[in-house]
Design a protein around this ligand. Structure first.
Ligand code: DAK
Length: 257
């Protein structure tokens, strides 16, 4: 594993996955997501593990999908790469996943957090879907899950402006379970994991499946719709300009085509 660290017995019955590309603020490239998928599948099969915690570091959970890796792709490249199958497999994990979030959880990072089951945030956590600023839109569920989590008006504001949500606001809108000082977020995540780990693993898995069912019955259709529009942005000059401008550290000039 190059981009994540996995500790199968971080605490009794609790496994930890740590995203580990600190210099890039844990930007999510396909290899990293593949490693997360493989680790989750492994942990799902390990009877000693009851709850999984996913974290980054104090500065960043993840600042989004890797823009440098995506910038030059065409809509068809994106379609053929089919990174969504990895994300789809991640969301099929049977055991409960707690995201322990500090610092940036942006774009794909925010979407990754929303794919987890519960969220403990540090006071410094910042959530957002800033894809609009680089000429694209959320592609891994943001338009669907954020809207369900915070409501239509707030989701529109966040996704159309790319503004960030503070940890306290995210708590107010129900996106996170608890906000604690930065030195406490791992501790609180473990505390929550320990409580769940005491329950029947069968009941926990069935409950998770049922809750997701209620949440996702109409989600598949929404996700497909979002995916097509996400691919479509890669056919625009604005996406090329937006991502190029990010890499060149300048403001983008959008032309509307
Ligand atoms: N990708 C690549 N590199 C990134 C990055 C990212 N998303 N975010 C940060 N970095 C890199 C920076 O380029 C910089 O690298 P160097 O220049 O030092 O080589 C390093 O991390 C430190 O970042 P900064 O110097 O920018 O640090 P600051 O503290 O000044 O700013 C920031 C932190 C988080 C505000 C800023 O880095 C930023 O705005 N980052 C980009 C945030 C963003 O736009 N995120 C959304 C990306 S689009 C999909 C699944 C998901 C997605 C799409 C498809 N499929 C399954 C197909 C999701 C798309 C996105 O997430």
């Amino acid at each position: 594993m190059e981009f994540i660290k996995v500790t199968e017995q971080y605490q009794p019955a609790i496994a930890l996955i740590q995203l580990n590309r600190p210099k890039e603020l844990n930007a999510l490239n396909p290899q990293l997501m593949g490693e997360v998928r493989d680790a989750l599948q492994q942990l799902d099969k390990n009877d000693e593990v009851k709850v999984i915690i996913i974290t980054g570091n104090d500065q960043a959970f993840a600042a989004g999908a890797d823009i440098k890796q995506m910038a030059d792709k065409s809509a068809i490249d994106m379609q053929i790469m089919d990174q969504f199958s990895t994300w789809d497999q991640i969301r099929k994990t049977k055991k409960p996943i707690i995201a322990a979030v500090s610092g940036f959880a942006l774009g794909g990072g925010c979407e990754f957090v929303m794919t987890c089951d519960m969220v403990i945030a540090s006071e410094t956590a910042k959530f957002g879907q800033p894809e609009i600023k680089i000429g694209t839109i959320p592609g891994a569920g943001g338009t669907q899950r954020l809207t369900k989590a915070v409501g239509k008006a707030k989701a529109m504001e966040l996704i159309l402006t790319g503004r960030f949500l503070s940890a306290q606001e995210a708590h107010f809108y129900g996106l996170v379970n608890k906000v604690v000082p930065v030195e406490m977020y791992m501790h609180k995540a473990v505390e929550l994991a320990k409580e769940i780990a005491q329950m029947s693993p069968v009941a926990v898995q069935l409950a998770k499946e049922a809750i997701n069912r209620s949440f996702e019955t109409q989600l598949d259709e929404g996700l497909m719709f979002e995916r097509k529009n996400f691919y479509l942005t890669f056919a625009s000059e604005d996406q090329k300009e937006g991502m190029k401008a990010f890499i060149e550290k300048r403001k983008p000039v959008f032309k509307g085509k």
